[in-house]
Design a protein around this ligand. Sequence first.
Ligand code: VGL
Ligand code: ZN
Length: 216
Amino acid sequence: MITLGPTDALLVIDVQNDFCPGGALAVKGGDEIVPLINQLGQRFEHVILTQDWHPAGHISFASSHPGKRPFETIEVDYGTQTLWPDHCVQGTRGADFYPGLNLPHAELILRKGFRREIDSYSAFLEDDHTTSTGLASYLRERGLKRLFLCGLAYDFCVRFSAIDGTAAGFECIVIENATRPVNLAASLEQSHANLQERGISKIQAQEVDTSVQISR
Ligand code: VGL
Ligand code: ZN
């Protein structure tokens, strides 16, 4: 059992319409985790949401690269970029949080991927591995130390947020049954391996102690 305290935060990654069934980049079962995330949120004093937030013509969109199709890859300045269908375009319904997500006490909504020339899977560092989102400094100033990650997608934004969060000095724990993967090529197996290599633990939502009442 894991007992939560005031320096813990729930980091809810990209639970947006476009990543749920019917969306532009639908993750299988993406909507199924929402009730669990809502329940989990009740156990946390501090909840942070991330929102994938791309301008039209974003570098990660296949449509921005003539002749390329979604799920192909290209080489860009910062390495290999997977190309996606247009998704989470700023101000569109697809970029809105999934309507079933009910976390009104979330304290921060962190938007990422808003630079046209850089994708950002991680909530900490954009994909050039240099440009900071500011999240680490925010967490430090707020005295938040341990992060429980959930949301979409396990093998992209959740994985890289956990890796970069760990590198930035935060204890990161992935709540596995409150995530779902895109599952592209070897992304799922690689994600499991990457987390294990770095000693990032995966737990199930039921391992969070629900007997502790939080004050709000
Ligand atoms: C994501 C692909 C593209 C994610 C975001 O949230 O995991 N995946 N943009
Ligand atoms: Zn994206």
